[in-house]
Design a protein around this ligand. Sequence first.
Ligand code: SF4
Length: 236
Amino acid sequence: MRERLEDYQKALVGKPPEAILHWALLEFGAERLGLASSFGAEDQLLTHWLVSLEPKARIFTLDTGRQFEETYDCFQRSKDKWGIEYEVYLPDGEALAQLLSEKGPCSFYQSVENRKECCYIRKVQPLTTALNELNIWVTGQRKDQAVTRGNLNEIEWDQVHQIFKLNPLCNWGEVMVWEQIKTHKIPYNKLHDQGFPSIGCQPCTRKVAPGDDIRSGRWWWESPEHKECGLHNRPK
Ligand code: SF4
């Protein structure tokens, strides 16, 4: 599959997000395509488009066990609005119990290694399980979200999971996303109204000041080049 990447990139360059999603559904089929949602603004907009194009589209989420109440509230409102049967992936119980027993519930503050270990158990491993059934996964990543995402493409090859990764919003800015959310009355996480542009787990996310880097509230105690949880590791 990997050898088709260049052709795919040429076909999708500069295309609007809805057209990219439509193309991917035709090329890969709804059964082998999945949208990863953490109920952030970008994921909600993609969900809106995807269920309009294909009501039975696969949408999965990783329940880390450490999310905000507001995130679960958005999950519920989204389910009620769209009637989606979200595919929910949980951390492995044994690995999680061992982590909590050996290092405690907040070891992620103590070192980058500990933080990555927690992300691995709660996010990366469940993601790997989710992606096993897919040929392409859809993400809400945008270029201007982080220094680690500056060379994002509409479609990429995920070397770790050996499947394609689709980033329909890669060239969009935050304002464009919010215009669509307001226009279409799309449910969104209420924390976005309270100074949280990027929302992850509750202990690892805090408010940012207006104008600050969007992801500066994620793992704020680490330097910017470490600020990925392992879900979106990319070649440098
Ligand atoms: S974001 Fe924080 S709580 Fe969530 S999995 Fe990563 S280290 Fe653990």
